[in-house]
Design a protein around this ligand. Sequence first.
Ligand code: HEM
Length: 345
Amino acid sequence: MQKGANLQSLRISSRAFKRMSLVALVAITLLIATGTWVRLSESGLGCTTWPACTSHDLIAPGTYHSLVEFTNRSTIIAIGILIAMVVVSSFLRETKRRDLQLLSIGLLVGYIGEAVLGGITVLLKLAPPLVAAHLILGLILVANATVLHWQAGIPDGLATSNRSTLFTTPMVALSSLMLGMFWIMSVLGTIVTGTGPHSGKPGTPRFHLSLGGMVQIHGDVGLVFYGIAIAFFIALLGQKAPKDTIRRTHIVVILLTLQGILGYSIWFTKFSVIPAEMHTFGAALLLIALIRMKMGMHTYEDTQLDEQDIHDGHLECQPIGSAQPDISLTSAEYASSSSSAVTRS
Ligand code: HEM
């Protein structure tokens, strides 16, 4: 009896799980920032041993590089604990959801992968392809955490219902193209980094490419990306798309503009570290914004609604408001709110 009561008290509410997934998303995004600063400030060897910082000091002895490296290590450990808690919580959630469990496990797998890749990167003396892969995997983790947080906000009754979109195929294709462009830009960006001066440690091997040429390619593809995003935004306005989609796309366009400004700032300031830090962090923010824009284009069909109602004309199709769903609503309430494919007339 006592045991049963204890187990009962271990149930995690859907609201608490959603909050945890948000904390995980924020923490993983911050990790991109701290990891990048370790590289830009050349603090990779600020701590010379593991798990203590130096052979004499358990924590950072107070020098700048040791403090940067130690802060990054502490963040990594805290995030590991946080991700483990998210995985356990996904199994203790009041309603079991396979999508949330799989996405939570995805975070753990990505985190372990990052740890292994990070270790190999140090062993291979910061070889540029590994430094690049380390950032790309970090961005994949950010993507995973963003989808997890989004899915955690979908009411349980709707999560397994059919997903569709009221946007036209070209609009859906354009939004997918924007996500694809993000990954192309990120890979090109890591090649620029691997060619440029921010290696993480003086004397590290570099890609034997023309730095100016690589920045040119990265910047030009960025302009194409920008053009596609503006075209998408104008098309949304022309189609009187739901306010939420317009707002999310607006955020994407603003972040993309800032990325461009920061990118050119890095080049014109001869690779200053502050714009370089903001540019990498900005890439993570842009990814979150793009995924939220894309996820918000979906809608869910509530199979519990009376089909006869629809045929009788009591329900009518409306453009979908794609607000992040309010999980305090039941699936039926959610379906009758503005986020649903069908609303009562
Ligand atoms: C449009 C969206 C853009 C995205 C998503 C993006 C993404 C990235 C990423 C992920 C990196 C690698 C950073 C790292 O390894 O820590 C990078 C590096 C870089 N990007 Fe961009 N970028 C964009 C636009 C631009 C533009 C328009 C320019 C202007 C020329 C630019 C210039 C650079 C430079 C110079 C670097 C090297 C920074 C360094 O070595 O620390 N980027 N970019």
